[in-house]
Design a protein around this ligand. Structure first.
Ligand code: CDP
Ligand code: MG
Length: 748
C-alpha cells in the first residue's frame, strides 16, 4: 500500500526535522544573530561594527564561590521564608511606604508617570489604591499589560488579595476572552484590548482611571495608545492617566504628555547582585545554561534559580535536560523545574508563584516575561543566555517574522536585577563582557519601529487619523514601514488609491484579526462559504491542535494522517473541526485522535465570537456544502500576496520575490505524492529553512483574478526584475496620488 508507506516516511521526516530544527534555531541564533543585531537593528540605532572575538573577559565562574559565604542567612532571605498573611505581604511592598504621598500626586495631576523597580508593587497595588481612594465611583480602573499572561495572572493575584472571585470585582480581558462582569471595578487587559475599545468609545468614558503599565516595554499597541490617550486626557479632565515604567527613561514619557507631568519614584529595596560574564563566547546556550543551573543547584547555597530562554522550544529542552542530568547523579537534592511561557496552560503557569513542596528549590525557566512583567519572590540566581525572540519586519520575505536576537544592555540589567529582589544574588551571563559592551544595543528598538503596521494603520484610519505621518508618535515609525503597510492594505482592498479607508476596510476593522484573515472572512460571504471560512479562521487563532506524546509518535501521526486533505492545511483544520462537531464536540473523541480538547473548545468559543461580529455586520453564515474548492479560492483571495510556484519536490519559490520557500514536513501537502503548481501560505517561519506554514493549493487563474496588481496570466514572460520594477512603479504612483489628495485637502 503506497499511501501507507508515504505516511511513514512523512512522519519519520517530521521527527528528524524537529530535532534538527531545535539545533538549527540555536545555532542560527549564535552565529548569525550577533551579526544581525549589529547590522539590521544596529543600523537603526547607529551601533558600532561587530568587534573581533573576546579574549579579555576577566571574570571566571569560579569567583562566585568567594561571594558565596556572604549569602547564608541574610535577614531578607529568612524573612521571606516565613509565611505571611496577604495583608502583611501587601504592606511589605515598597509602594506601600509611599502610598499616601503618591495618591496626593495623583489627586493633583491628571497624568503621572510612576517609576519603580520590578516587584515594588506597581501592577498589583496601584489599581487597588485607586479603588480604595474612591476613584472607582465614576468608572472602572483599567490597567493595560503588553502580555496576555501578565494580564491574567495579575488579575488573579489581585482578586485573591481583594478576597473576591476572579471576573467579579476584579477581572481581565484578552483577545477572545472577556473575564469581567457588571460588577468589575478593576480591569486588567492587554494593551490591544484597550486600543480596540477606543474604536467604539473614543473617549474611554467607562474608565475613571487608566494605568498604562510596563510602558518601558514600548510594545506596538502601548505606543499607539500613547498617541491616542494624549488627546483623550486633553478632552477629559476627569480621567486619571498613570504611566508606569520599571526603568529610568521615564522622563521621555513625562515630556511626551507635556511639561507639567510629574514623575513619581517609588524608592526601591534592592540587594546587590554579583554579575559574572562568560570568559569566552558560548557555543550552545541551552547546554551552557543547563550546566550552570546544575552547578548552582549542587553548589550548596539556598535560593531559587531563574533561567531566561528565548522561546517555548528552548524552554522545554532546557527543563528536560536539567531533569535528565540531575537524575543521572547518584545523590542530588530535589529540584522543582518549572517552565513559563505564554502558551502554557494557566494552571501550570500559576505554579511558578507557589512555594515548591517541602521547601524544595525552584528553578524557573522563562521567556522574557519574567524580565519585568512577572515578579517572582525568592530568586537569588539568574542565568542569562542573552537572547530573546523579537518580532521584526523582514524585508526579504516582506513580512514580520519572530526571530532570535541578542537582548539589549537595558534588558540584561533588568534580568540581573531579578536576582536581587529578596536578598543579595548572583547573575551568570552566558556572554562575554565584551559582547555585552560592544555588541548589545543600549536599549531594545521599540516594536513600532521594527514591525509591520497594517493593523495599526487600519485602526488609526478608522479613528479618522487621516494623515498618519502627522500622528503624534513618541518615536515615529520609519516612513518606509508605514508606506509598506499602507501598500499591503491597498492590495487587500482596504485602502483606496488616495489612502482612504474603503467600505471593505471599514468592515475589516471590526474583526480582532490580522487584515488578511478579516478579508478572508468578508470575501467568504460573497463566495458563499462563510461557514467554512469562519471555522478555518478560528482554527488559525489557536496555537496547536495536534499533540504528539512521547513514545506514541507513530500512533498520533497515523491519526493525524486520517484528517489530512491533500490539497490544503486549511482544509485539514476544517476537516478536524467538522469531525469533532459530528462527534458532538466530545472530549473523548479529541483524546482518541490526539487532538487538544482544550484548544478545540477555544476554537469553538472564538468561532462563536467571530460569528457575533459577523451578525452585527449583517454578514451571513453560508455553507458551501461539500464544495471545498470554493473555500480554497476564498483562501486565495486573502493570501494571494503569499504565493509560491513549484520548483522541485517540496520546494517552491515565492512568485513575486523569487525567495525559495519549502513545504514543512508536518504539512498536509508534504510527501503525499501530490505537488500542486501553485500554493498560497499563511506565513513563513524561519528556522533551518524558510518553511511555509499552513499551505493551500490554488489555481494560477485564481491568482491572476484575485491579485491583479501582482499577477497576470501572461506573467511568465515577465522577468523577476520587470515584476519588481512594476511593483516599485505601483507604489510610487500610489504615493504620488496620495500626495495629490493630501494637497487637495489642504487647499480646500
Ligand atoms: O508591578 P511590579 O513589578 O512593581 O510589582 P507587582 O507585580 O505588583 O508585584 C508585587 C508582589 O506581588 C510581588 O511580590 C509578587 O511576587 C507578587 N505577585 C504574586 O504573588 N503573584 C502574581 N501573580 C503577581 C504578583
Ligand atoms: Mg508590574
Amino acid at each position: 500500500d503506497v499511501t501507507a508507506d508515504m505516511a511513514v516516511i512523512a512522519s519519520k521526516g517530521s521527527k528528524t526535522v524537529r530535532t534538527f530544527r531545535e539545533q538549527e534555531e540555536r545555532k542560527n541564533a549564535q552565529e548569525k544573530h550577533w551579526e544581525l543585531a549589529g547590522s539590521k537593528l544596529g543600523n537603526l540605532m547607529g551601533i558600532k561594527e561587530k568587534v573581533e572575538e573576546d579574549q579579555t573577559a576577566n571574570v571566571d565562574y569560579k569567583e562566585s564561590q568567594k561571594f558565596a559565604s556572604h549569602m547564608q542567612d541574610t535577614e531578607a532571605v529568612s524573612e521571606f521564608a516565613m509565611e505571611k498573611s496577604i495583608k502583611q505581604q501587601r504592606e511589605y511592598l515598597p509602594v506601600f511606604a509611599v502610598r499616601q504621598k503618591m495618591l496626593n500626586v495623583i489627586r493633583d495631576n491628571n497624568v503621572v508617570v510612576i517609576v519603580g523597580e520590578t516587584g515594588s508593587g506597581k501592577t498589583t497595588q496601584l489599581t487597588q489604591y485607586l479603588l480604595e481612594e474612591g476613584y472607582g465611583r465614576n468608572g472602572m480602573i483599567g490597567c493595560t499589560q503588553p502580555r496576555r499572561v501578565a494580564a491574567m495572572s495579575v488579575a488573579k493575584r489581585v482578586a485573591d488579595e481583594m478576597g473576591v472571585e476572579l471576573g467579579q470585582e476584579c477581572g481581565y480581558a484578552i483577545r477572545f476572552e472577556d473575564c469581567t462582569s457588571d460588577k468589575t471595578a478593576i480591569k486588567y487587559m492587554t494593551d490591544g484590548i484597550l486600543l480596540r475599545e477606543c474604536l467604539g468609545d473614543p473617549d474611554l468614558d467607562q474608565y475613571a482611571a487608566i494605568i498604562m503599565d510596563e510602558a518601558h516595554e514600548r510594545s506596538l499597541n502601548t505606543d499607539v495608545l500613547f498617541g491616542l490617550l494624549r488627546d483623550v486626557v486633553a478632552r477629559r479632565t476627569d480621567l486619571k492617566l498613570i504611566v508606569t515604567s520599571a526603568t529610568m527613561d521615564a522622563e521621555k514619557f513625562a515630556n511626551f504628555f507635556g511639561g507639567h507631568t510629574p514623575t513619581f519614584e517609588i524608592p526601591g529595596r534592592t540587594f546587590p547582585v554579583e554579575i559574572y560574564h562568560a570568559r569566552t563566547p558560548v557555543d550552545d546556550y541551552v547546554d551552557a545554561a543547563v550546566k550552570q543551573a546544575v552547578r548552582i543547584h549542587l553548589g550548596g547555597l539556598d535560593g531559587d534559580i531563574l533561567i531566561f530562554m528565548p522561546g517555548q522550544e528552548d524552554i522545554e529542552v532546557t527543563c528536560e535536560l536539567i531533569k535528565q542530568q540531575l537524575s543521572q547523579l547518584e545523590e542530588s537534592p530535589p529540584l522543582a523545574v518549572l517552565p513559563i511561557y505564554s502558551q502554557l496552560p494557566s494552571d501550570l503557569q500559576a505554579k511558578i508563584f507557589q512555594r515548591a513542596p517541602g521547601g524544595m528549590r525552584k528553578c524557573v525557566v522563562a521567556t522574557n516575561i519574567a524580565e519585568t512583567s512577572l515578579t517572582l519572590d525568592g530568586i537569588l540566581f539568574v542565568v542569562d543566555p542573552g537572547y530573546c525572540k523579537l518580532k521584526v519586519f523582514n524585508p526579504k520575505i516582506g513580512m514580520d517574522a519572530l526571530q532570535i536576537f541578542p537582548i539589549s544592555q537595558a534588558s540584561a540589567n533588568q534580568r540581573s536585577g531579578r536576582a536581587g529582589r529578596t536578598g543579595p544574588g548572583q547573575c551568570y551571563r552566558l556572554y562575554t563582557e565584551r559582547q555585552f559592551k560592544d555588541e548589545m544595543l543600549i536599549a531594545t528598538v521599540p516594536e513600532i519601529q521594527r514591525t509591520n503596521l497594517s493593523n495599526v494603520v487600519l485602526l488609526l484610519k478608522s479613528l479618522h487619523v487621516d494623515d498618519l505621518l502627522k500622528f503624534h508618535f513618541m518615536d515615529p515609525p520609519p516612513q518606509d514601514n508605514m508606506l509598506n503597510s499602507m501598500y499591503q492594505l491597498w492590495t487587500l482592498g482596504a485602502l483606496d488609491n488616495t489612502g482612504r479607508l474603503t467600505e471593505l476596510g471599514r468592515k475589516m476593522v471590526e474583526f480582532p484579526l490580522d487584515p488578511t484573515l478579516s478579508k478572508m472572512l468578508i470575501m467568504a460571504e460573497q463566495m458563499k462559504c462563510s461557514s467554512e471560512v469562519l471555522t478555518i479562521v478560528s482554527m488559525l487563532s489557536v496555537p496547536s491542535i495536534f499533540f504528539r506524546p512521547k513514545g506514541r509518535e507513530e500512533d498520533s501521526d497515523a491519526r493525524k494522517e486520517k484528517f489530512q486533505v491533500p490539497e490544503s492545511d486549511h482544509l485539514t483544520y476544517l476537516n478536524v473541526y467538522v469531525q469533532w462537531q459530528k462527534h458532538k464536540y466530545s472530549t473523548k473523541w479529541c483524546t482518541d485522535n490526539f487532538v487538544h480538547a482544550k484548544a478545540m473548545r477555544k476554537v469553538r468559543e472564538v468561532r462563536s465570537q467571530l460569528k457575533d461580529i459577523m451578525d452585527s455586520l449583517k454578514t451571513e453564515e453560508i455553507s458551501s456544502g461539500t464544495d471545498w474548492d470554493i473555500v480554497r479560492k476564498c483562501i486565495c483571495s486573502a493570501y494571494f500576496h503569499n504565493a509560491g510556484r513549484l520548483k522541485g519536490i517540496g520546494e517552491y519559490v515565492n512568485v513575486r520575490t523569487g525567495i525559495p520557500c519549502f513545504l514543512h514536513p508536518t504539512s498536509a501537502l508534504f510527501g503525499m505524492g501530490y505537488t500542486p503548481d501553485y500554493v498560497v501560505y499563511h506565513e513563513l517561519i524561519m528556522t533551518a529553512k524558510e518553511y511555509m506554514q499552513s499551505v493551500t493549493a490554488v489555481d494560477a487563474a485564481w491568482l491572476a483574478e484575485l491579485g491583479p496588481m501582482f499577477y497576470s496570466v501572461k506573467e511568465s514572460i515577465k522577468t523577476h526584475r520587470e515584476k519588481l520594477q512594476d511593483s516599485i512603479r505601483t507604489t510610487a504612483s500610489m504615493e504620488a496620488e496620495m500626495r495629490e489628495a493630501q494637497k487637495e485637502i489642504l487647499e480646500r
